[in-house]
Design a protein around this ligand. Structure first.
Ligand SMILES: NC(=O)c1ccc[n+]([C@@H]2O[C@H](COP(=O)([O-])OP(=O)(O)OC[C@H]3O[C@@H](n4cnc5c(N)ncnc54)[C@H](OP(=O)(O)O)[C@@H]3O)[C@@H](O)[C@H]2O)c1
Length: 336
């Protein structure tokens, strides 16, 4: 089997998870180059990696570059992805910088793996809350077109990176010790609180995170007509995003047919037995690969209306795993 030269950019919450995922999925790796702002040795799950300082020349000979650095104008992706592409690598980017660009496929492999064909060197990984929602919507969409989605998210601290995850622990300890709370990674206190803001406020007073869920879902499902709105909320959970999702389909669906379709979807695990109190919870999703769906029920007033409760590990399916699956889809597509 052919093996590939891989670069991983960033060794924060997602970058470390990418290194673990490449190993656990036995990805055909010839070499791994780990890049960040500063050189050092790191340990990930008992394996040590030498991190090299990134530069535009870092990507010589690299086949696939998995980016998990920072976003924005001066971030790792905007600064270095073009150099990686110039050197002949395919970039799979976890950030939001390229996701909505016309020539950049945005891919959840179980849903639209075929879109990897259209890449011009960069493929984007969707936002973590979009990935788990789209994977749950996909089998339902195949039963009946979806007209309307209202999503409320309960997003874990690690979704904002390693420093945010650390802040949840530190603030909790400070709170329990009766000390003043140090607020740095989030705009407000996260310990023993929920924050109804993820990203910055924009059009119609929705946040950037809320608009990501709208536009990214349209792009992945190839349907701009789905009326989606979201409220995204940060909660004091370490890892594992949860979502309460209301869906309106074109034709009314039975709960049983929805459950059967969800059960048949690869990447989804239905956990839905209220008699034995079985429903998905974020702490049980942490460290797992599936997107879990439960609390499947009809809206009491709208025949086409359905509710789902969906959880997933934001660092795995929401980021690292999905990125590695995109790399696998590229190989399956014969692009190397
Ligand atoms: N966390 C999630 O659940 C999640 C989910 C989906 C997508 N994402 C996206 O994934 C990306 C990484 O997120 P994260 O949570 O892992 O962040 P993080 O924990 O803050 O880690 C960021 C890493 O990027 C490196 N970095 C920063 N600027 C860089 C530059 N200019 N060049 C090279 N490396 C640079 C940092 O290097 P140093 O260590 O050397 O400072 C650090 O290792 C972000 O775009 C984020 O939006 C995150």
């Amino acid at each position: 089997m052919k093996q590939y030269n891989i670069a991983v950019v960033g060794v924060g919450a997602v970058g470390k998870e990418i290194l673990k995922t490449l190993k656990t999925r036995n990805f055909p790796v010839a070499s791994i180059k780990v890049l960040a702002r500063s050189a050092r040795e790191i340990d990930v799950d008992g394996q040590s990696y030498m991190v090299e300082e990134i530069s535009p020349e870092s990507f010589k000979g690299i086949d696939i570059a998995l980016f998990a650095g920072t976003e924005g104008e001066k971030g790792a992706s905007v600064t270095y992805a073009p150099s990686a592409v110039k050197e002949g690598a395919v970039v799979i980017d976890n950030g939001a910088d390229f996701r909505l660009k016309d020539d950049v496929p945005l891919v959840v492999p179980e849903v639209n793996a075929a879109d990897v064909k259209n890449n011009k060197g960069i493929i984007s990984n969707p936002n973590c809350s979009t990935i788990q929602m789209v994977l749950a919507l996909h089998p339902i969409y195949k039963l009946s077109r979806i007209k309307r989605v209202i999503a409320n998210t309960y997003q874990a601290a690690s979704g904002a990176g390693q420093s945010a995850s650390d802040e949840l622990y530190n603030q909790t300890a400070e709170f329990l010790d009766g000390k003043d709370l140090t607020i740095k990674a989030f705009s407000k206190r996260i310990a023993f609180n929920v924050i109804p803001q993820i990203g910055s406020f924009g059009e119609l007073d929705y946040t950037t995170e809320e608009w990501k869920m709208v536009y990214e879902t349209h792009k992945i499902l190839h349907d701009d007509n789905i009326k989606i709105s979201a409220t995204t909320v940060r909660v004091p959970v370490k890892t594992g995003h949860s979502e309460s999702i209301y869906i309106e389909t074109e034709k009314p669906l039975l709960v049983d047919e929805v459950r059967t379709a969800l059960n048949a979807q690869s990447g989804i695990k239905v956990v839905d037995d209220i008699n034995s109190l079985q429903y998905p919870m974020p702490y049980e999703s942490e460290g797992t690969d599936d997107v879990f769906v439960g609390r499947i029920r009809k809206d009491p007033y709208v025949p086409e209306g359905l509710w789902l409760w969906v959880t997933a590990d934001n660092l795995r399916k929401g980021a690292a795993l999905n990125a590695v699956q995109i790399a696998e889809a590229l190989i399956n597509d014969g692009q190397f």
